[in-house]
Design a protein around this ligand. Structure first.
Ligand code: ATP
Length: 315
């Protein structure tokens, strides 16, 4: 008998590097970015039903007034991904999608993209539509630049407008032990606005990128800290000085590497180990008060498989 339900974890991402090379004729920016999943998840539960696609979102412990930030259920990226898969494959049944949301919204951690990617993989499995991961990545690219990388689900280098994905094989995955502290101020940074205000003048070098990729392959946190780069830090910190203050405080708390996550508003710090991550988080809470949302998480170069077993937990 066919399973009626499926639950999976949709991990957030951080960008260890995000270099923007300029605007293209089609309005997108050419970029290059090292993207890795982290152990901060939305939980998606899919239930088979007749033709319709329905999305329900439950928000868990997120900072700020978040529900109004979400689009109408039919416009949720998960619903759009489900309809696209239905249209592409001609599959006749629908699904109810319950999203337990723990990834900050508009936080530069790809929450919406994670839900879309998780929906493509989850429904492809529940519906038995049999598309390859590559085909799902192509569908994802129609919905958003970060989605192909998140469908792939492991450490990658993303190029073009995000659609060119090269896996970054990491040799340190057995003892996953790369901790970060994520801080979110409870407001959102609109990605489109940040890109519009971006002015070229890249300050990083090719060597920085090579070092960052090598650091990711080897799990070398020290080298990674020296090679973190994000072209969007200048436009974001200019408009939202509080984020520059948060970054400064993470450094003062002892983090060797601190970076804006994607287009913000989250900022992350790379810690030497779990204890230091907890100490940095405790200090941020002590010195800034409880309004600051913080989370200690692990970098998952091999996706959720390594740390948490199979991606899809049937219920
Ligand atoms: P990106 O960097 O990809 O723009 P982000 O991580 O900064 O994304 P998201 O949390 O993905 O931000 O949300 C961006 C916008 O996408 C939100 O304002 C929201 O209206 C819309 N959105 C659509 N579906 C979702 C979803 N499932 N979860 C969160 N946001 C969604």
């Amino acid at each position: 008998m066919k399973n009626e339900n499926l639950t999976l974890l949709a991990p957030a991402k951080i960008n260890l590097t995000l270099e923007i090379f300029g605007k293209r004729a089609d309005g997108y920016h050419d970029l290059r970015s090292l993207v890795v999943p982290v152990s901060l998840y939305d939980t998606l539960t899919f239930t088979l039903q007749e033709r319709e696609i329905e999305v329900m979102c439950e928000v868990v412990g997120l900072p700020g007034e978040v529900l109004p930030l979400l689009p109408a259920p039919g416009d949720n990226l998960a619903a759009r991904a489900a309809r696209l898969l239905q249209e592409t494959t001609g599959y006749s049944r629908g699904a109810r999608i319950h999203i337990r949301k723990e990834i900050p919204i508009g936080g530069g951690m790809g929450g919406g993209s994670a839900d879309a990617a998780g929906t493509l993989r989850g429904l492809n499995s529940l519906w038995g539509t049999g598309l390859s991961v590559e085909a799902l990545m192509e569908l994802g690219a129609q919905l958003g630049s970060d989605i192909p990388a998140m469908v792939y689900g492991k450490a990658v280098c993303m190029e073009g407008r995000g659609e060119k994905i090269t896996p970054v094989p990491c040799c340190w995955t057995a003892g996953v032990d790369w901790w970060i502290v994520v801080v979110n101020p409870g407001f959102t940074v609109p990605t489109g606005d940040v890109y519009r205000r971006f002015r070229s003048g890249l300050t990083s070098t090719e060597e920085t990128f090579i070092n960052a990729r090598f650091a990711l392959e080897r799990g070398d946190q020290k080298l990674a800290c020296a090679s973190l780069v994000n072209s969007l830090e200048v436009p974001v910190y200019d408009k939202y000085p509080l984020l520059a203050i948060v970054a400064g405080r993470l450094k003062s708390a002892g983090a060797a590497g601190v970076l804006l996550s994607g287009s913000g508003a989250s900022v992350f710090a790379v810690a030497e180990n779990h204890e230091q991550a907890l100490a940095i988080e405790a200090r941020m809470k002590r010195e800034n008060g409880s309004w600051l949302w913080t989370r200690v998480a692990q970098i998952l170069p091999d996706g959720v498989m390594v740390a948490h077993g199979p991606l899809e937990a049937r219920v």
